[in-house]
Design a protein around this ligand. Structure first.
Ligand code: NDP
Ligand code: MG
Length: 384
């Protein structure tokens, strides 16, 4: 039998984190949840630690530290707090794979630390690649690390590309569900409420990515994520709306052939695949039947209704710190929208204004990214 692999789950209390623990529980002989990290959900973190018996946990918000420590230290589980503790904990030599399932920019620093210490990265936190894809891919190339995508579309590209040469790729076809507003008229979006935007037709995800799906910023992020993961130019990545979310993405090759990867819309599948690479892990999960795929439809995205798609292509072409600025403004705007402080269409306006304002840096260092993120957040906040 294979030795157990120690897994660190950054964001274990979130949507991806909880589903990753389901996979750990499904294959107890393969995986051990060695480190669990959360920010505010102290009770759930304690419950997870009681069940999975990690070596250590980090509760990022220091206010919850005493309660978590009191509950878990008697079990012999090390308890740490603060964001620096996350970045330090991921470098432990016992850890084999780090699942990055924190939200937004907060994932960048621990991911960099994990790469530098040669960990395999099961990457859910796509914002890491949006913000600093050049830096991350360079670090991976210089280290023993490797990136395995958790995002379903990028897992699909990965599967379509097994056994293929890079120069055989002619186009990546990135599928999108279209989100909750696919069938809404453009004019109605001005009045879209938080509940409307959170009502995703196919996927049950954390709030931030659900809003990103409603604006289709998420698909723009995924185009940039694909550019870095597969070294394909943005104009060779085509976005196609596929409301059933069964075809997770496709690759067109130079001979005109197209490969697609299909599966039920269930994040356990791409998480299982990312953790299993290079093997496929047998599962008793529900398999597709013809009823699931008898009607698959595809349509062009509406770039007028979802202008953030164009914003993302422009940001990818501009390169440098522009995608980082776009991400920062988006994080501020989405948080404000979720709190009911701005309207749905303001998300786009805030992002565009922040990009227009921000000084462009052609080849940012890590410190430039930190500063660009801080400054863009500050500027975006003045627009609320
Ligand atoms: P959730 O909001 O459901 O979960 C986020 C997790 O990260 C929680 O455990 C949260 O802790 C923790 N967290 C957030 N900020 C910090 C921080 N500063 N320090 C430590 N922990 C933190 O998000 P999702 O699971 O939906 O998404 C996670 C990532 O995966 C995102 O980047 C998203 O884009 C990506 N992704 C998600 C998919 C999905 O289906 N959900 C699909 C593809 C990609 P707590 O709750 O305890 O505060
Ligand atoms: Mg996705």
């Amino acid at each position: 039998m294979k030795p157990t692999r120690n897994i660190a789950i950054l964001g274990s209390t979130g949507s991806i984190g909880r589903q990753t623990l389901d996979i750990v529980a499904e294959y107890p002989h393969l995986f051990h949840a060695w480190l669990l990290v959360a920010r505010n959900s102290a009770e759930l973190l304690i419950e997870q630690a009681r069940q999975f018996r990690p070596h250590a946990v980090v509760i990022a918000n220091e206010a919850h530290y005493p309660a978590v420590k009191e509950a878990l230290e008697p079990l012999g589980i090390e308890v740490m707090t603060g964001s620096k503790a996350i970045a330090d904990a991921v470098t432990a030599p016992e850890i084999d794979t780090v699942v990055t399932a924190m939200v937004g920019y907060s994932g960048l620093e621990p991911t960099i630390k994990a790469i530098a210490s040669g960990k395999k990265i099961a990457l859910a936190n796509k914002e890491t690649l949006v913000v600093a894809g050049d830096l991350i891919t360079r670090l991976v190339a210089q280290s023993q690390s490797a990136l395995y995508p958790v995002d379903s579309e990028h897992g699909a590209f990965y599967q379509c590309l097994v056994g293929e040469r890079h120069d055989a790729i002619s186009k990546l076809i990135l599928t999108a569900s279209g989100g909750p507003f696919r069938t809404w008229p453009k004019e109605k979006l001005a009045e879209a409420t938080v509940n409307d935007a959170l009502n995703h037709p196919n996927w049950n995800m954390g709030n931030k990515i659900t809003i990103d799906s409603a604006t289709m910023m998420n698909k723009g992020f995924e185009m940039i994520e694909a550019k870095w993961l597969y070294d394909v130019a943005p104009h060779d990545i085509e976005i196609v709306v596929h409301p059933q979310s069964i075809v997770h993405s496709m690759v067109e090759f130079v001979d005109g052939s197209v490969k697609a990867q299909l599966g039920l819309p269930d994040m356990h599948l791409p998480i299982r695949y990312a953790l299993g690479i290079p093997e496929r892990l047998p599962s008793a999960c529900r398999k597709m039947t013809v009823d699931d795929y008898c009607q698959l439809t595809f349509e062009r995205p509406d770039y007028e209704k979802f202008p953030l798609l164009t914003t993302a292509y422009h940001a990818a072409d501009a390169g440098g710190n522009t995608p980082c600025v776009m991400n920062a403004a988006n994080e501020v705007a989405v948080a404000q929208f979720l709190q009911g402080n701005i309207k749905f269409n303001d998300i786009y306006n805030i992002i565009e204004k922040t990009i227009a304002w921000a000084p462009h840096i052609e080849q940012p260092t890590y410190d430039d990214y930190v500063a660009s993120n801080d400054e863009a957040r500050r500027y975006a906040s003045t627009l609320i």
